[in-house]
Design a binder for this molecule. Structure first.
Ligand SMILES: Nc1nc2c(c(=O)[nH]1)N[C@H]1C(S)=C(S)[C@@H](COP(=O)(O)OP(=O)(O)OC[C@H]3O[C@@H](n4cnc5c(=O)[nH]c(N)nc54)[C@H](O)[C@@H]3O)O[C@H]1N2
Ligand SMILES: Nc1nc2c(c(=O)[nH]1)N[C@H]1C(S)=C(S)[C@@H](COP(=O)(O)OP(=O)(O)OC[C@H]3O[C@@H](n4cnc5c(=O)[nH]c(N)nc54)[C@H](O)[C@@H]3O)O[C@H]1N2
Ligand code: SF4
Ligand SMILES: [Mo]
Length: 885
């Protein structure tokens, strides 16, 4: 009998409900949960491919110390001893935890409790510092608490949705689909996208503002001024529910329209259109994400946006409000338990003596951190200079994701004692650790997560843990008990932790704190197992609320919201000649450092190597052609090597490089090595989207493409990038020919034996070299090298590993690197669910399929998860343009 489990997707903050089915043979399939209020059955490409990422390959299966397998008991004793001894000798601030918005709430709660309440230091910070800290700071300044007032439904009810620094179509795809569906059913609804790049999201936008990097504060200050000048301020709301309006308006009004144009890089006409739409529409939701948060002015951007909503009273009502989109599945839960170094559990404040006393009394703990701990960037600085001597990293990969990543790497290497808890054994960070603790992952662990709309959902296990992997909460509580805190960490299950967390949220609350889920303070195991998704608050007594601030009451002591006066830089920072702004972010089908999505061949078809998007005119200036390799460097000698992708969707003067590639997946593409550790002074969040770099074409002796059934053991090339493919791997390579030639290298790298038949072709004059390795009728490897970027169809070559090659003709086609007649080249994969390529879609459009539905009927593309629909639309539109010319 197949067994179904309701759980929650472990990727983005949309928090979709998933039904996982394990059949009799033990194989897993997933589908969207039609009853989950976040997604009503939909899943995006990453969610749909979850079952493909569950394999044991690369998993950490046993505790390891110094690379050697050990027992749990000795390992936990060792960690407890090292932490206790370090604290005894150097004080509580000599140790630190660096945790993650991908921990479950229960894991997070005990980590925070151990550090702040028992070790007595504030030194627990999280990758949410790189993600949500500016939103948290902005909310606290404006509302007196870190409250997200709205719900997803508000995006559907709004007449205008403004997306600031958010690539919703790729990063919150199911929410994007809800928005796209609402707009399709109500065409009067407008969408504005404010992003320097023309992203997949801007394809549904009525207006795309290609704002210059960090032009957002100027733009929203201009909007506030416009609202005041055109008499759109809700005076009675402002008077009754807020303070500080005139100061905010004064500081907003410093720029003339010409200066505003200069500061934002936008024409006066576009700016006015945006102002009119915002001013004239009552139901406005402004969503913001990393284009806002990850900036040296991130907190000010958040408040510049909130100021406009407060000034018009458009907050806390259906279809209105500022809406911070959370990135990770449990970014919100981490904030609830106080996982940031400057917060305390249950939305209390570490600077507040009463709050500290209350949390300490609730925990009956011997001490409580008496001040904020070190924020992520400061924390790794302290590791680097030896102030922190023992570090525990859980569920995050900072060697890849922190700014100044090479310094972070060196700091971890030099730290006397580093523990890493991860599911995977060979991440760039885990490889440097003294101790690796194997963690259970999605499908194996049990707990709760909170999504962007404050909805708490269960992650439920449906698989046995592999090897000796154990859940994170267990790692932490076992170490805590061994450090002497037996009673306080004596939990049997996540349900007990959740109950305590709920009780703390209600403890001496009396409606003074937004986060209250006291209704669950006495939850038992069975109720926890059955817990349906719910939105907070859920106080023990009194009503829950769908939206915060509907009554005009905020969490500052006087109950009023604050306008925050923010200043815009008059002009964008000057760029030196030949330098570019380095914008970084995400692609549709990969998740961060790819430790999980990288396991799925399907998810690797969309974009399979690290790249750099450049405007064609900028590229021409630098003599860079499409598909060249480029060297992107900072002024300190750090550089990466990535593929050039020329696109007019990129604004001039700025390039875009994704954050996903690591030392596991490419030779030199960790983009954070180039990002300096500049932070927002209020939130401490790094400015990850505005580094300064220069660009140069890189001309290697040869370029090559390889498909192989095995992962090559040696890669002696200056450039390589590897991705999973159906039946094996696909690699892009470039550099010099290895000393003994390509064939000798292939033999050695793939361990080819005598049974292998080698077919070769070499044209010295043209610089072409092709090598096939076959075992019987099966292709083991196909290698294509050339002096210029290799033109072989990637998907076609990958497909050759799956079929028989029995006649000489098939082999000669293979060496030629060309599909035969009747085997058309699919082109780059657009729809990963059905493996449909761009050339197939173009061809179908040429045959008369002019709508998404027609394409779907013919090719199935876009009919499953829908993540590729913006790209299909783009192909249809591009063909229509061509036809019109
Ligand atoms: N596919 C996929 N989805 C994900 C993730 C993933 O790894 N992969 N990660 C999740 C996580 S943790 C997060 S935090 C979210 C992030 O979700 P998003 O914030 O939507 O994604 P990003 O690509 O980081 O950046 C968003 C946009 O900010 C723009 N931007 C850069 N500078 C500026 C600026 O100065 N002003 C403005 N207005 N815009 C600017 C960039 O061009 C980019 O398109 O995604 C979540 N979802
Ligand atoms: N340049 C640049 N840098 C960025 C960003 C950017 O936009 N640009 N975005 C930033 C943002 S918003 C974020 S959120 C970060 C994300 O950056 P990271 O958090 O470093 O990236 P992940 O790959 O998600 O790392 C999660 C790790 O946890 C492991 N893991 C998964 N599940 C579990 C579990 O249940 N338990 C344990 N113990 N381990 C688990 C995974 O294998 C993986 O190694 O990157 C930040 N860095
Ligand atoms: S939108 Fe996609 S990645 Fe995000 S929670 Fe839903 S299925 Fe998962
Ligand atoms: Mo994030």
């Amino acid at each position: 009998m197949a067994c179904e489990t309701r759980t929650t997707c472990p990727y983005c903050g949309v928090g979709c409900g998933v039904i996982a089915t394990v059949d009799d043979a033990g194989s897993v399939s997933v589908r969207g949960d039609p009853e989950h209020p976040a997604n009503f059955g939909r899943l995006c490409s990453k969610g749909s491919a979850l079952a493909e990422t569950l394999g044991d390959d690369g998993r950490a299966l046993f505790p390891e110390v110094g690379g050697q397998r050990t027992s749990w008991n000795t390992t936990l004793d060792l960690i407890a001893d090292r932490f206790s001894n370090t604290i005894a000798e150097h004080g509580p601030d000599s140790v630190a935890f660096y945790v993650s918005g991908q921990l479950l709430t229960e894991d997070y709660y005990v980590a925070n409790k151990l550090m702040k309440g028992y070790i007595g230091s504030g030194n627990i910070d999280t990758n949410s510092r790189l993600c949500m800290a500016s939103s948290v700071a902005g909310h606290r300044r404006a509302f007196g608490a870190d409250t997200v007032p709205g719900t997803y439904e508000d995006l559907e009810l709004a007449d205008l949705v403004v997306l600031v620094g958010s690539n919703l179509a790729w990063c919150h795809p199911v929410l994007y689909q809800r928005l796209a569906a609402a707009k399709a059913s109500r065409p009067a609804m407008k969408v504005i996208v404010i992003d320097p790049r023309r992203t997949a999201t801007s394809d549904i936008a009525d207006l795309h503002l290609s704002v210059s990097p960090d032009g957002d504060v100027a733009l929203f200050n201009g909007l506030l001024t416009h609202l005041a000048e055109t008499d759109r301020i809700d005076q009675s709301y402002v008077a009754a529910n807020t303070t500080g309006f005139s100061e905010a308006l004064l500081s907003a009004s410093r720029l003339s329209m010409a200066e505003l144009s200069e500061a934002t890089g936008l024409s006066g006409m576009l700016i006015r259109q945006f102002f009119w739409l915002f001013a004239g529409t009552e139901r406005v939701v402004t969503c913001y994400s990393q284009g806002v948060n990850q900036s040296a002015s991130g907190s000010d951007k958040v408040n510049a946006i909130i100021n406009c909503h407060l000034a018009t009273g458009r907050i806390g009502r259906p279809g209105m409000g500022p809406f911070s989109l959370t990135g990770q599945p449990n970014a919100m839960g981490g904030r609830e338990v106080g996982g940031l170094a400057n917060m305390l559990a249950a939305h209390m404040e570490i600077e507040n003596g009463d709050h500290r006393d209350r949390v300490r009394r609730f925990w009956s703990s011997p001490r409580i951190a008496d001040r904020a701990g070190l924020k992520a960037v400061e924390m790794f600085d302290a590791v680097a200079d030896g102030r922190i001597k023992a570090l525990w990293i859980m569920s995050t990969n900072p060697v890849v994701s922190m700014p100044n990543a090479d310094k972070v790497k060196a700091a971890i290497e030099a730290c006397p004692f580093v523990v890493v808890s991860d599911m995977q054994k060979n991440t760039d960070t885990a490889r440097l650790a003294h101790v690796v603790l194997p963690a259970t992952g999605w499908g194996e662990k049990s707990g709760t997560v909170t999504n962007s709309e404050r909805r708490i959902s269960r992650q439920r296990p449906f698989l046995a843990a592999p090897g000796e992997a154990r859940p994170d909460w267990w790692h932490i509580t076992e170490v805590a008990k061994r450090m002497g805190f037996v009673d306080a960490f004596d939990y049997e299950s996540p349900a007990e932790i959740f109950a305590e967390h709920s009780a703390l949220s209600a403890f001496e609350n009396d409606g003074l704190r937004d986060f209250d889920i006291g209704a669950f303070a006495a939850i038992n195991q069975k109720q926890y197992e059955e817990l349906a998704p719910f939105q907070w608050p859920r106080p023990a007594i009194g009503a829950t609320k769908e939206r915060f601030f509907a009554d005009g009451r905020f969490y500052h002591p006087d109950g009023k919201a604050r306008f925050v006066p923010v200043h815009a830089a008059l002009q964008p920072v000057e760029r030196a000649h030949g330098s570019f702004v380095l914008n970084t972010g995400r692609v549709r089908d990969h998740w961060h450092t790819m430790t999980r999505t990288g396991k799925s061949a399907r998810l690797s078809t969309h974009l399979a190597e690290p790249f750099c998007e450049i405007h064609p005119l900028d590229a021409a200036d630098q003599q860079i052609r499409d598909a060249d390799l480029v060297k992107v460097s900072d002024d300190k000698g750090h550089f990466i090597l990535v593929r050039a992708l020329l696109t007019e969707r990129q604004a001039r003067g700025s390039i875009f490089v994704p954050m996903h590639w690591t030392d596991e997946t490419a030779s030199r593409a960790r983009v954070d090595a180039l990002v300096p550790p500049d932070v927002d002074p209020i939130s401490g969040q790094p400015a990850l989207k505005q580094a300064r770099v220069s660009l140069a074409r890189h001309a290697p002796a040869f370029h090559a493409f390889l498909v192989a059934t095995e992962r090559p053991r040696i890669l002696p090339f200056e450039y390589w990038a590897i991705a999973k493919a159906d039946g094996g791997y696909r690699l892009e390579l470039a550099g010099d020919e290895p000393e003994n030639g390509f064939e000798a290298w292939l033999n050695q790298a793939l361990g080819l034996d005598e049974d292998i038949e080698i077919v070769r072709y070499r044209d010295m004059a043209a610089g072409d070299c092709r090598i096939l390795a076959l075992r019987g009728t099966r292709l083991m490897a196909a290698f294509f090298a050339s002096r210029s970027p290799v033109a072989v169809s990637r998907q076609w070559a990958v497909d050759q590993m799956l079929i028989e090659h029995d006649d000489a003709k098939a082999r000669s086609r293979l060496v030629a690197g060309r599909p035969g007649a009747g085997q058309p080249d699919k082109g780059a994969i657009v729809c990963s669910c059905f493996s449909v390529g761009a050339m197939e879609i173009s061809h179908a459009v040429g045959q008369g399929c002019r709508s998404m539905d027609a394409i779907g009927q013919l090719l199935s593309a876009g009919t499953n998860c829908g993540s590729c629909r913006p790209e299909i639309r783009r192909i249809i539109d591009a063909q229509a343009l061509l036809a019109a010319e």
